[in-house]
Design a binder for this molecule. Structure first.
Ligand SMILES: NC(=O)C1=CN([C@@H]2O[C@H](COP(=O)(O)OP(=O)(O)OC[C@H]3O[C@@H](n4cnc5c(N)ncnc54)[C@H](O)[C@@H]3O)[C@@H](O)[C@H]2O)C=CC1
Ligand SMILES: O=C([O-])CC(=O)C(=O)O
Length: 319
């Protein structure tokens, strides 16, 4: 049986556990700093096992040592945003938390593939890469799967079709300037442009870009977790089953799409080894310009990161 550890047993972490257990993908360890919380949630999940018929083991701990030898570690530890906040506003606190998690992963689970979820996603992925010292292909940000499923759902809702028939691709940073690519969006093979007018597509693109914020405003406290949890489980499944799925994820780029030294959402082939290939699409000038804009936002975030944090030396908010 594979072993997956989830750092942060809060809303996203615990929901990811639900989807992973329901599919019997792996034994699961939940880690959190709050005493009793991961233990209670693990036990609660185990109580449901006879009914839901999962046979995976689920445990909760406050000790990072228990992630030992994990195949996959998911970082969901960190604070979520409140209405009126940008994801970048979470940077200072979450960098410190991600640093601790990354050092523990490097120590106890050096062979793991790491899926980063905490926000600001593309920045926290960078910190995780640098603190863990892991290979580039082993540190993967979860954003595009979530942003794409939102776009897929909005299209399905508009057309009144089965959501599973809609395939879509959202690239770029995990912020409001992300780039939903309508040219790569199809309903069972039919380009979406043949099924709705451009004004409607543009409206759905806008709603996708602010999809996380829409939920933050409604919830008033905290952010989305069901679709994010399901997105994590989909990535975990692709890795532990070595599915070689083509999915948009935040990957560290070294010249791909013309960007260097930045995590950005791009399509990749995801399998047992993590990011097995970055797929380069031929973008139109408009699409490239939109991606440039989004990359610029992430680069600005990296500049902010550099103003208070140096890899390996800690950040002023990290302890
Ligand atoms: N990438 C994406 O698409 C998404 C990212 N997020 C982000 O995920 C993060 C978590 O969100 P939620 O689960 O809703 O928050 P939450 O507040 O429900 O859970 C976070 C958990 O992390 C724990 N934690 C804090 N420091 C820790 C440490 N050092 N080690 C272990 N656990 C620690 C907290 O005790 C808490 O239980 C946020 O930063 C949020 O913005 C949320 C949704 C989607
Ligand atoms: O909106 C947030 O802060 C959480 C998140 O990243 C999302 O739901 O897309």
């Amino acid at each position: 049986m594979h072993k997956v550890s989830i750092i942060g047993a809060g809303h996203v972490g615990a929901t990811a556990v639900y989807y992973i257990a329901e599919k019997n993908l792996a034994d699961i360890v939940m880690v959190d700093v709050v005493e009793g919380l991961p233990q209670a949630k693990a036990l609660d999940y185990l109580h449901a096992a006879p009914m839901r018929k999962y046979s995976v083991h689920i445990s909760g701990t406050n000790d990072y040592k228990d992630i030992i030898d994990s195949d996959v570690v998911v970082i969901t530890a960190g604070i979520p945003r409140k209405p009126g906040m940008d994801r970048m506003d979470l940077m200072k606190i979450n960098v410190g938390i991600a640093k601790k998690a990354s050092l523990a992963i490097a120590e106890y689970a050096p062979n793991a593939i790491v899926i980063v979820v905490s926000n600001p996603l593309d920045i926290i992925a960078m910190v995780t890469l640098q603190e863990s010292g892991f290979a580039l292909k082993k540190v993967i940000g979860m954003a595009g799967v979530l942003d794409s499923t939102r776009f897929r759902y909005f299209i399905a809702q508009e057309l009144n079709v089965w959501p599973g028939d809609v395939m879509a691709m959202v690239l770029g940073g995990h912020g409001d300037s992300m780039v939903p690519l309508s040219r790569y969006t199809r309903v069972n093979g039919i380009p979406v442009s043949e099924l709705m007018d451009q004004a409607t597509i543009d409206q759905l693109i806008d709603r996708t870009r602010t999809g996380g914020g829409e939920i933050v405003s409604l919830l008033k406290k905290g952010s989305a977790f069901y679709a994010p949890g399901a997105s994590v489980a989909k990535m975990v499944e692709a890795i532990v089953k070595d599915e070689k799925r083509v999915l948009p994820v935040s990957a560290y780029l070294r010249g791909e799409y013309g960007y260097y030294d930045v995590f950005l959402g791009v399509p990749v082939l995801l399998g047992r080894n993590g990011i097995e290939k970055i797929i380069q699409l031929d973008l139109t000038p408009d699409e490239k310009q939109a991606l440039d804009q989004s990359a610029l936002g992430v680069k600005k975030g990296v500049e902010t990161l550099r103003s208070f944090y140096r890899p390996g030396l800690g950040s002023d908010s990290s302890e």
